[in-house]
Design a protein around this ligand. Structure first.
Ligand SMILES: [Zn+2]
Length: 829
């Protein structure tokens, strides 16, 4: 089985320059990158760097952090492999060399990691038993099964296993683990294979495997090279999905027929609010974006030390684009440097020395332009890191400054792009928009080049309003939730992606100092909005946000520096009923929650959600992904579900951490459009940012992804509606229960639904400050207590909706002590 090898319609890997980064646009035309035709008077320096996509392999998170910090574009499509991390980099030809200098391996499509699909490959079970038998009997490492999931897609079965050993951190020798499975109930174990050891940021995580199987196993057995052995039952993953709403009689769907620009998304949102005033309205976010606008610029006078970078004071569309700058050589000798301005025409009269040679340096010309251009130019400086010591050459005529925004990318959608700051509308849908119902925030397209999240969100909105009157399930959603759609949270960047540079990820705000402020860098400016939040921030030392203004994960000059991130905080603070959030991204086929960031040294994550929240996240994920699968059998695999920093990488300052930890909002992150299993080839086929709207075959396709992931969004609304109606108190028990035991006994808690348990063993009354029942380790079930002497447990449980077991009030000592209690009496020998 191969994963993520085949990438549809991306680019010819051999093309070193002028590459095409995106797939076919709605108009069906090929796209070009942002390289524009420079006028004869323009230096080549003004051409934004040509980029291409390469496959890379890094040794691990440490290298990934270095590469990202160095400014490389490495987001999405990243995957953990046994030897490190593989992904894609959008790079120029020189950057390929820089990557290699950082130790990054550039690999071919065929070299990407693939799990073995040999169902009977590897060592036979007898071999594993032999290995176990030769271990010293006194040394028995504990082995635990973390997950063992069975799923099917398009007629093919798969088994995914995660297992841990207490000796996993040991590196000399590295502990190996053998995995066996049976072939159904009461069949023998066999098919031993070696599991992959997963290490992140120097910390052992777990061992794991994914492989094809034709028969569902009932149990697995894991054996470690240090003597531990355990068995576990296999669970189903997304195996019995109820039919999607789209199969309801008369249900209307498939509304979106192509990619949508921000203008199209916003005007449709406003139209929906006008057409369905009973259930929809627009909430305008208060902070306008910094705008689809740029200063008009040129780099002139020569190259290197002789180049002068000129930027207009006015935005290009507000007059900057009308400015011309000419460097003039006059006859004679001993002439001073001066600047003449006539209307919007600037003439720099270059100095000459006693011998009649040109004598103005780039630094001198820049200073003269800043002080003598009568306000037309407010920023002029030498090129990049040069001091500007070179003598400036005359131009052959006036050079027009430009903001480069009027040069449309080939294949860009028709229509005028409004310049200047944008106001972002939130489409709010719900029968009762007064705070009584749980709010769900769907936030799409934080990252500009991710076009499918926007169409997915719009499709979900259309389904709500069109089916409200005719479909009972939809009516229940609209009557019981309060949905807030931000169809594009980055309109400036999205317009840049549609019209100028398809691979734009960030917003358009240029925070760069002079050395990176020349127009050749214009495709590298902007803030990564999903690194700009306050919790687990790069500004506080968390990994995965960059301080480099030309990095694609640039976190911004300060927390919440950008209007787009300020708006999200404004929204959740003004609509306190928002209890659920989905930040919709592409592509990767992943569903995330907390923790999403860590401090690399020691791998210290943001606080892990309590066990009840973790279980609720898994339960919700399973519901949501089952509905995705119900459309055309697309499976988001369990290896790609969980805390994002556990299953992928640390992303400092992401929105999910802030909303969960500051406001208690269940905050999901979604990478739609992941790998799809192709039964014709037996391979998994990877996604892309802008796949063809309709693919051939229709595997990686904007349309199919929009429809299947809109199913998942609808299920998230149902999760929220159920949560809002959940008045049922959880129940819990100690297993085995209280009683008399002749020796030490292992006990654990069980709950009737996702719930967090607070307990004491010291005789005190349990409160919300009491110890919380935790997972054994992350991604595992609850811990086991080894009880060696008589102990009384007192506890209560709280479910995800806040219901407390038996109505116990843990806050008030004067109230009834109706918590749960059990005494384990150990009589000893
Ligand atoms: Zn993204």
């Amino acid at each position: 089985m191969r994963r993520t090898q085949v990438r549809v319609a991306l680019l010819a890997m051999s093309a070193l320059v002028g590459s095409v980064l995106v797939a076919t646009t709605p108009a069906g035309a090929d796209t070009a990158d942002a390289t524009v035709t420079a006028g004869s008077e323009r230096s080549h320096l003004e051409d934004a760097d040509d980029v291409r996509l390469v496959h890379v392999r890094m040794t691990g998170a440490d290298m990934l952090d270095k590469v990202v910090a160095a400014g490389f574009d490495l987001e999405h499509g990243l995957r953990r492999v046994p030897t490190g991390i593989e992904g894609e980099a959008v790079v120029t030809a020189e950057q390929v060399a820089e990557l290699e200098a950082l130790g990054v391996e550039i690999i071919g499509d065929d070299e990407a990691f693939a799990w073995s699909d040999e169902a009977d490959g590897g060592l036979r079970a007898s071999g594993a038993r032999t290995a176990q038998a030769v271990q010293p009997a006194s040394h028995e490492a504990t082995v635990r099964v973390v997950r063992a999931d069975w799923f099917t897609t398009k007629g093919q079965g798969f088994l995914y296993v995660e297992a841990r050993t207490t000796e996993g951190q040991q590196s000399n020798p590295v502990v190996t683990m053998q995995l066996e499975n049976d072939s159904g109930k009461d069949t023998p174990f066999g098919f031993a294979r070696t599991m992959s050891r997963f290490v992140d940021s120097g910390q052992y995580m777990f061992h794991r495997n994914l492989f094809k199987l034709d028969t569902r196993p009932s149990q697995i057995r894991v054996t470690s090279s240090t003597g531990g052995v355990t068995t576990g039952f296999v669970s189903d993953w997304l195996e019995d999905a109820p039919p999607p709403l789209t199969s309801n009689p008369g249900y209307k769907w498939d509304f979106v027929d192509g990619y949508r620009t921000p203008q199209q998304l916003y005007s449709r949102a406003e139209e929906i609010a006008r057409e369905y005033p009973d259930i929809a309205e627009i909430v305008y976010l208060p902070n306008k974006t910094n705008g689809y606008q740029r200063k008009a610029q040129a780099t002139i006078g020569g190259t290197g030390q002789s180049a002068v970078v000129v930027s207009s004071a006015a935005w290009g569309h507000e007059g900057g684009n009308d400015i011309t700058v000419e460097f003039v050589e006059r006859p004679g000798a001993n002439l001073p440097l001066s600047v003449e301005v006539q209307g919007k025409a600037i003439r720099v009269l270059l100095a000459k020395d006693a011998a009649g040679a040109l004598a103005s340096t780039a630094a001198q010309v820049a200073a003269a332009l800043e002080s003598q251009s009568q306000g037309l130019v407010d920023r002029a400086h030498p090129y990049r890191t040069n001091a500007g010591t070179g003598i400036v050459a005359p131009t052959t005529g006036p050079v027009a400054l430009t903001d480069f925004l009027d040069q449309k990318r080939a294949g860009a959608p028709e229509g005028e792009v409004p310049r200047g700051p944008a106001t972002i509308p939130v489409l709010r849908i719900g029968k009762h928009r007064d705070g009584r119902n749980p709010g769900v925030l769907i936030q799409a397209q934080d990252h500009a080049r991710e076009w499918v999240p926007a169409t997915t969100s719009l499709e979900a909105a259309e389904r709500l309003v069109h089916n409200y009157k005719s479909d009972w399930d939809t009516k229940k959603i609209v009557d019981n939730t309060d949905v807030f759609f931000i169809l594009s949270n980055n309109p400036d960047g999205a317009n840049y992606s549609f019209y100028n540079f398809a691979s734009q990820r960030r917003n358009l705000t240029n925070h760069c100092p002079d050395e990176n402020a020349d127009p050749g860098r214009r495709n590298s400016w902007g803030v990564d909005l999903n690194r700009n939040y306050r919790v687990g921030s790069g500004h506080d030392g968390y990994a995965g946000g960059s301080t480099n203004c030309v990095s694609d994960t640039y976190q911004g000059p300060a927390k919440l520096s950008e209007p787009e991130s300020k708006n999200i905080i404004w929204l959740v603070e003004n609509y306190r009923n928002i209890k659920f959030m989905m930040s919709v991204h592409s592509n990767g086929g992943q569903l995330f929650w907390q923790p999403g960031a860590y401090i690399a040294d020691g791998r210290i994550t943001t606080p892990r959600p309590p066990l009840g929240d973790e279980a609720f996240y898994w339960q919700s994920a399973s519901r949501i992904l089952s509905q995705v699968k119900a459309h055309r059998q697309t499976v988001v695999t369990p290896e790609n579900v969980g805390g994002s920093s556990d299953v992928l990488y640390s992303s400092a300052g992401n929105v999910r951490e802030d909303l969960y930890h500051t406001y208690g909002i269940y905050a999901f992150g979604w990478e739609v459009g992941g790998s799809v299993y192709n039964p014709a080839t037996g391979n998994w086929q990877g996604g892309s940012f802008q796949p063809p709207w309709v693919g051939t075959p229709d595997l990686v396709s904007g349309h199919s992804e929009t429809m299947e992931y809109a199913n998942g969004i609808m299920e998230m609304f149902r999760v929220a509606a159920d949560w809002g109606k959940d008045k049922k108190k959880p129940t819990s028990q100690l297993v085995p229960g209280g009683g008399t035991y002749s020796g030490p006994v292992d006990v654990r808690f069980e709950t009737s639904e996702p719930a967090t348990i607070y307990y004491t063993t010291d005789g005190s009354r349990p409160t919300l400050e009491s110890p919380r029942y935790e997972a054994t380790e992350f991604r595992e079930p609850g811990q086991v207590f080894h009880v060696t002497e008589t102990t009384t447990f007192r506890w209560f449980s709280v479910d995800a909706a806040g219901n407390v077991e038996k109505g116990y009030d843990p806050t008030n000592d004067g109230k009834r002590d109706n918590y749960r209690s059990a005494t384990i009496t150990v009589t000893g020998r």
